[in-house]
Design a protein around this ligand. Structure first.
Ligand SMILES: [Fe+2]
Ligand SMILES: [Fe+2]
Length: 330
């Protein structure tokens, strides 16, 4: 391994296929000591950067492995060399060398998974849709949030979920933009649907996620509030002060409250009430469409990465519990 720190020489995970990796810098997502069938000890590792993650293994003497496991913790950056190999049909890196890297001179954003879109552009699109709301009271409810610094700071960074969809920096922003666009598109087809309510509902539907998660850049976890209340109720609570100063007529207020409370569609999916009018149902459909599309597309992205060794042999993804099926990738 060279001594100088040269990130430009280090490949990104999505670029690694077969062969030797001379010098790579990655974030440790998971690492634990394991023993194989032959009783040989090894470290089982998940390496990550902003383009994805890859399994890796490191074999060595028990003493060396124990020392490494004590020295390196999840979230650390390591410098590795190794060989990409196929093990039971899945690609993994067999590490030859691994050491903790000095992070002082490293550009850390390289290691954090984030939305592939420009976050400023996503935000601009959301703001433009909000500006197009005709009802000034509904528009003001959205602006109430868009003008809050503390809200924006988290809204621009937050993930949309822990694992299932848009689970990365800027994920909530990307998902909210998509849901607002799908909701708007529905109003072109279903003329009875109120466009203002649909855009406002699209913007507000997941604001509870701001409080549902705590996230360090490499790891997303539920907050205590998220675990104990869930984002549907947290979002409703966040909405109340905005509603109280908006002076909406009783029916519009009730509709907006219901849209946030019912957007998850079914009680078993986290809805407090199930959709009971057109816009509420369409908002749920827009939300579900975007989350599901992500899962299907992500299955293909993950598949390309893990089966690069022989992609044409594998036509099906692994079983995906979020949708209850495996996905055809032929
Ligand atoms: Fe939601
Ligand atoms: Fe959502």
């Amino acid at each position: 391994m060279k001594n100088s720190l040269d990130l430009n020489q280090s490949p990104f995970i999505e670029e690694i296929h077969q062969g030797y990796i001379e010098d790579g810098f990655f974030l440790i997502r998971k690492m634990y000591l394991n023993t194989g069938k032959t009783k040989k000890p090894f470290l089982r590792i998940i390496l990550a950067d902003k383009t994805g993650h890859l399994p890796a293994v490191y074999f060595g003497a028990q003493k060396e492995l124990t020392k490494l496991a004590e020295e390196i913790i999840e979230g650390d950056i390591v410098r590795i060399s190794g060989i990409m190999e196929e093990f039971r049909d899945v690609l993994q890196i067999k590490l030859i060398k691994m050491e903790k890297a000095e992070t002082k001179n490293l550009e850390m954003t390289r290691f954090w998974k984030r939305t592939p879109h420009d976050r400023r552009e996503l935000f601009r699109e959301i703001r433009t849709m909000v500006q197009s709301i005709q009802n000034p009271k509904l528009k003001n409810i959205c602006l109430y949030f868009l003008k809050q610094r503390n809200f924006l700071k988290i809204f621009l960074e937050a993930p949309a979920s822990r694992f299932v969809h848009h689970a990365y920096i800027g994920g909530l922003l990307e998902h909210t933009r998509n849901v607002m666009q799908i909701a708007t598109a529905f109003t072109h087809i279903y003329k009875d649907a109120d466009r203002d309510l649909m855009i406002t509902g699209g913007f507000l539907h997941d604001i509870g996620k701001i409080d549902e998660y705590k996230f360090l850049y490499y790891e997303i976890d539920h907050s205590d509030e998220g675990k104990l209340k869930g984002h549907t109720l947290l979002g409703y609570e966040k909405l109340l002060p905005a509603l109280n100063q908006a002076d909406l007529d009783k029916s519009t207020r009730l509709k907006l409250e219901h849209m946030v409370l019912s957007h998850q569609g079914k009680r078993v999916w986290g809805a407090i009430e199930e959709p009971r009018f057109t816009e509420a149902y369409l908002l749920h459909a827009a939300d579900s469409t975007d989350a599901s599309e992500f899962i299907y597309s992500d299955a293909r992205r993950k598949h390309r990465r893990s089966h690069t060794a022989n992609p044409e042999k594998h036509y099906w993804s692994d079983y995906i519990s979020a949708i209850g099926r495996d996905v055809y990738l032929g």
